[in-house]
Design a protein around this ligand. Structure first.
Ligand SMILES: Cc1cc2nc3c(=O)[nH]c(=O)nc-3n(C[C@H](O)[C@H](O)[C@H](O)COP(=O)(O)OP(=O)(O)OC[C@H]3O[C@@H](n4cnc5c(N)ncnc54)[C@H](O)[C@@H]3O)c2cc1C
Ligand SMILES: *[C@@H]1O[C@H](CO)[C@@H](O)[C@H](O)[C@H]1NC(C)=O
Ligand SMILES: *[C@@H]1O[C@H](CO)[C@@H](O)[C@H](O)[C@H]1NC(C)=O
Ligand SMILES: *[C@@H]1O[C@H](CO)[C@@H](O)[C@H](O)[C@H]1NC(C)=O
Ligand SMILES: *[C@@H]1O[C@H](CO)[C@@H](O)[C@H](O)[C@H]1NC(C)=O
Length: 503
């Protein structure tokens, strides 16, 4: 049955998933792809675009624009008093398989955070520590013996169990069930479709419902005690997303997973994953160049930058949250409003002031001070990054608002160096989440960071990128491109009249 000739555009849409690049008589002119943003999303995207391209590749030049002088985005390091630490995204979960593969592929080294196992935790309510694990790692000679370490960690497990009981196990099953659903995104192409919408991607793995309700509601249904939710769970969501348990269940589960064991980071900085993926993907990288205007001209986009340059791109991908950017689109695009949670990260080299916590000696202050939800507590957490010696320590603090000098002078008795970073860190989660589209128009304007409304993490950026690469590839190969069907001469831009011949 031959479909009418007037329908090639519609037909190519229908053939989306069946597309075969060999149908066209002459090889299509390769498409120029422009990616805005060099974080983990943009860098994984260019990696997968190259990796999944057939020969001959439907993609020619891939350009990447980065407004900063360095790649990596929210993966960045900070140097305080001669030492370098992660300033943004730091921890990687053992089941983050894309990041794991990138690290091996790029021959980067992993740093397993083993110290964290003996780091003590205290939950601060603004007046006192409502819970504290044992802290024996301060030069305590016996701590050199792993048996003693084991006993301490066992005692801490007992302490935790004593306070929170079986709810801890229910919390663990909730996280494991969510993680199991997430693992579906690593299935092979045979069983895993290409997703055109975030909602479909989440429904397919069984995670969508978790974006409709708050973490708190999900955990109450899972049988967790309110004490555990108000204390330990809140401490964790405040550390990982700067938010309370009214955030969505899915982002909440991701944050709880990030508090388990076996966590690692890339030695020397996680940003090296982005740098490596970009340099191995044959990309034309434009640093210090911010995109200001995007206009669509039939078969291509024109991107104008701060350097007053203008670029023609057949495919344009935004690999950055658009929420706080002032980019002009023509024709205009519309995406649902989304607030970003700002996390003020403050690095301090010096010494905490025990009396601030009602304590006498520094040794009584836990290595990680977590907090509950209380508007009077001015910070979300304080953690020890490195102990140089007993009165010279590097700390990292997270807070929702900037910490002024006055306050820092109360919290710290010694302060030799202070560095402040204000991150537009991740979405402010407010279930039910509403998702912007992956495809911002009917042509080739794509948006990766809509997936952050499900959960923001380096791995979710890579998972979104992997799907996006398949989506772009299938749409470009199928010739889904333009409303000016047939008017343009290049095979990339023109409708392929041959498409229906052998159907
Ligand atoms: C303090 C903090 C702690 C975190 N901790 C963790 C963690 O432990 N583990 C984890 O997995 N995740 C963590 N995250 C989340 C993680 O950092 C992000 O989810 C992830 O890095 C986002 O990557 P991305 O590539 O999508 O966006 P980004 O990294 O933000 O990249 C976007 C890039 O686009 C550039 N850009 C923007 N607009 C333009 C323009 N107009 N023209 C050119 N370039 C432009 C930006 O400069 C930026 O480099 C944390 C985030 C923060 C802030
Ligand atoms: C930083 O390192 C340099 C050279 O190694 C050294 O001279 C300096 O004292 C160090 N500064 C601090 C604050 O440790
Ligand atoms: C990681 O690499 C291994 C070995 O090449 C491969 O089998 C596996 O599918 C990769 N994982 C992902 C998530 O791509
Ligand atoms: C999600 O919620 C809908 C409606 O409440 C329900 O029908 C469906 O079974 C749920 N899906 C999962 C995976 O729990
Ligand atoms: C973009 O730059 C081109 C070339 O300089 C120019 O013709 C065009 O008007 C610019 N577009 C916008 C929206 O500024």
């Amino acid at each position: 049955m031959t479909p009418p000739l007037v329908l090639p555009c519609l037909l190519s849409l229908l053939l989306l998933s069946l597309s075969s690049p060999s149908i066209s008589s002459s090889p299509p002119a390769p498409a120029t792809v422009c990616v805005v943003g060099s974080g983990i999303s943009g860098s994984s995207l260019v990696h997968f675009l190259r990796k999944y391209s057939p020969e001959p590749s439907p993609f020619g030049t891939i350009r990447m624009f980065e407004k900063n002088a360095v790649v990596g985005g929210r993966m960045a390091t900070v140097t305080i008093a001669n030492e370098t630490f992660e300033a943004g995204a730091s921890i990687i979960h053992p089941m983050n398989y894309h990041l794991s593969n990138f690290t091996s592929l790029l021959k980067l080294r992993r740093r397993i955070s083993e110290d964290d196992d003996d780091a003590s935790l205290g939950i601060w309510n603004g007046e006192k520590f409502v819970f504290k694990t044992l802290n024996l790692n301060w030069d305590f000679p016996l701590m050199k013996f792993s048996l003693v370490k084991k006993i301490v960690s066992l005692l801490n497990a007992v302490k935790l169990f004593w306070r929170y009981g079986f709810s801890l196990l229910r919390m663990q099953s909730f996280v494991e069930a969510t993680l199991n659903n997430f693992l579906k995104y690593y299935e092979s192409f045979d069983t895993r479709p290409v997703f055109g919408r975030v909602e479909d991607m989440l429904k397919w793995s069984g995670l969508y419902n978790l974006t409709r309700r708050s973490l708190k509601d999900e955990l109450v249904d899972a049988g967790l005690s309110s004490l555990l939710i108000q204390e330990l769970v809140t401490v964790i969501t405040r550390i990982n997303y700067g938010q309370s348990t009214s955030m969505s269940g899915l982002a909440g589960a991701v944050s709880l997973a990030g508090s388990g064991g076996g966590l690692w980071s890339v030695e020397g900085g996680n940003w090296q994953m982005a740098a490596g993926l970009i340099s191995t993907s044959n990309v034309e990288l434009h640093l210090n160049e911010e995109i200001l205007f995007v206009s669509h001209h039939g078969t291509y986009y024109e991107l104008n930058s701060t350097k007053r340059n203008s670029y023609k791109c057949h495919v344009t991908v935004f690999a950055t949250p658009l929420d706080e950017l002032d980019i002009n689109f023509y024709p205009p695009i519309s995406i649902p409003e989304r607030k970003l949670q700002h996390t003020h990260t403050t690095f301090i080299r010096g010494l905490l002031n025990p009396p601030y916590f009602g304590l006498r000696t520094i040794r009584e202050v836990p290595d990680l001070v977590g907090t509950i939800e209380d508007p009077n507590i001015p910070f979300s957490c304080i953690s020890v990054l490195r102990k140089h010696n007993d009165d010279d320590i590097t700390y990292k603090m997270f807070s929702r608002k900037p910490l002024d000098e006055n306050l820092l002078d109360q919290i710290f008795s010694i302060r030799k160096a202070t560095i402040r970073i204000d991150w537009a860190a991740y979405p402010h989660y407010e279930p039910p989440e509403i998702f912007a589209p992956f495809m911002l128009d009917d042509w080739h304007l794509y948006y990766m960071n809509t997936f952050e409304s499900a959960a923001s993490a380096m791995e979710t950026g890579a998972v979104s990128a992997e799907n996006m690469a398949r989506l772009i590839l299938s749409r470009v190969s199928a010739g889904v491109y333009s409303h000016v069907c047939g008017k343009e001469s290049s095979a990339f831009s023109g409708c392929n009249g041959d498409l229906h011949k052998d159907s």
